[in-house]
Design a protein around this ligand. Structure first.
Ligand code: PMP
Length: 427
């Protein structure tokens, strides 16, 4: 395992914590001007949702104030501008994930809806009794329940890639788990509980050799790592704008055109048709076939601003910053003998979602206490109940970082954990 100092020294030409300047980035986020319980806000819950920079907020306001119109339907200036803003973000997303075709990028409500579209549309058409669906033990419910339901409906067997004691995927029997009966492998690229970064490249290669499709849950990876879905050759990718500075209510399903073309829509109505008769209907072309009804237009426009903000920082730089800060956080937490951290100890193998438990204080009490200090963390099963059980606990406390977090924030967390011991009289 590399220490925080070693990682700092390794960073070569890539900006480090010192040149990345999260303190400067914080100034772009109005929320950091507020206090919580009289203390400056220390936001360590970005794995749940991230804060929004001024430019994203301004885009929403500008859209509703001066551009508001429905997309694709009008021949007036406002409708054209709204459509242009909406479609411009689609193109930006396509570039952001490695230069795919814009028609392969579908706007959804969130990552959850994106995964459900694949499970329902592709799944119900292609998965049969006796087939296999493979996921991992570390999946968020969003990438577990749709496959559980698909296995119930079809009689296909749901198989799990296990995790090791240190929170990595156990690939020792991967050739038995992903076999010729496997129709799809759906896995997260980064765990929202353990922080683990999974070797998706290797798994995609194995799955494709066995003739299986691969869906990547990128809800935690796309906001934090450079993700080139074209280079990965994944068939589907799902993620949410709100976890990468954008608004809630908008997400992305990427799919290879050849598969999306063959898939049936799962929601019917306006926009997704090319021709409707009283007795028949023809679907629209990609990507609109999957976008029934009025979409989140302001959300798309603002997501475009969020992507631009991230691109200006550079995804490599973001990863470098988070790697350093994660290493720092792991070191600070490891020094607290009453805290157990879950997930990989090597910061290179993980992102900055760090779940931990105090030996004595219940996670909910701990989170509530930290909140009195202005520190926002999350407690619970983090929508990964089977994984939490596997860890031998009913819940954990999770601190998670993003571009605006500093070593100071981590120091406050560590101090807060010490103070909680005093408050609950364990010292
Ligand atoms: N997958 C993972 C790994 C996540 O962390 C989350 C959000 N916590 C989701 C899927 C679902 O994202 P959303 O709620 O935005 O659909």
């Amino acid at each position: 395992m590399k220490s925080h100092r070693q990682i700092l020294e390794m960073s070569g030409g890539v900006p480090t914590v010192t040149s990345f300047k999260p303190e400067r980035i914080k100034l772009d986020f109005p929320i950091f001007t507020r206090t919580v319980h009289g203390k400056p806000l220390i936001y360590l819950d970005s794995a749940a949702t991230t804060q929004k920079p001024q430019v994203v907020l301004d885009t929403i306001e500008k859209y509703y104030s001066y551009q508001n119109a429905n997309v694709h339907r009008g021949l007036h200036t406002l409708a054209e501008e709204a459509t242009a803003a909406y479609e411009a973000t689609r193109t930006k997303v396509a570039e952001f994930i490695g230069g795919v075709k814009p028609e392969e990028v579908i706007f959804t409500r969130n990552a959850t809806e994106a995964i459900n579209i694949v499970a329902q549309s592709w799944g119900e058409a292609n998965v049969r009794h006796g087939d296999r669906i493979v996921i991992t033990q570390m999946e968020h419910h969003a990438n577990l329940v749709p496959w559980l339901m698909l296995s119930r409906k079809t009689g296909a067997k749901l198989k799990y890639i296990k995790i090791t004691g240190d929170g990595l995927l156990d690939l020792s029997d991967i050739d038995e788990i992903i076999d010729s009966r496997t129709k799809i492998v759906a896995l997260t690229q980064m765990s929202n509980v353990l922080g683990t970064i999974n070797p998706v490249e290797e798994i995609i290669e194995i799955a494709h050799k066995k003739g299986a499709m691969v869906l990547i849950d990128g809800a935690q990876s796309v906001p934090h790592l450079p993700v080139d879905i074209k280079a990965l050759h994944a068939d589907f990718l799902a993620f949410s704008a709100h976890k990468m500075l954008g608004p809630t209510g908008i997400g992305i399903l990427y799919g290879k055109q050849e598969f999306l073309e063959k898939m049936e829509p799962v929601t019917y109505g306006g926009e997704m048709i090319s021709d409707v008769r009283f007795e028949s209907v023809r679907w629209n072309t990609l990507p609109w076939k999957f976008e029934a009804g009025t979409p989140h237009i302001a959300g798309a426009a603002a997501f475009g601003a969020a992507l631009q903000y991230l691109q200006n920082l550079g995804m490599d730089n973001i990863r470098r910053h988070e790697l350093e800060l994660t290493a720092y956080a792991l070191e600070r937490l490891a020094a607290l003998d009453f805290i157990k951290v879950f997930g990989p100890t090597d910061p290179e193998k993980r992102g900055g979602a760090i779940a931990f438990a105090d030996n004595d204080i219940h996670p909910h009490d701990l989170a509530t206490f930290l909140d009195t200090l202005g520190i926002a963390v999350r407690a619970g099963h983090h929508c990964a109940q089977p994984l939490t059980k596997l860890l031998g606990v009913s819940s954990t406390t999770r601190a998670s970082i993003y571009i605006y977090n500093t070593t100071d924030d981590i120091d406050h967390l560590a101090d807060g954990l010490n103070e909680a011991r005093k408050y609950f009289r364990y010292v």
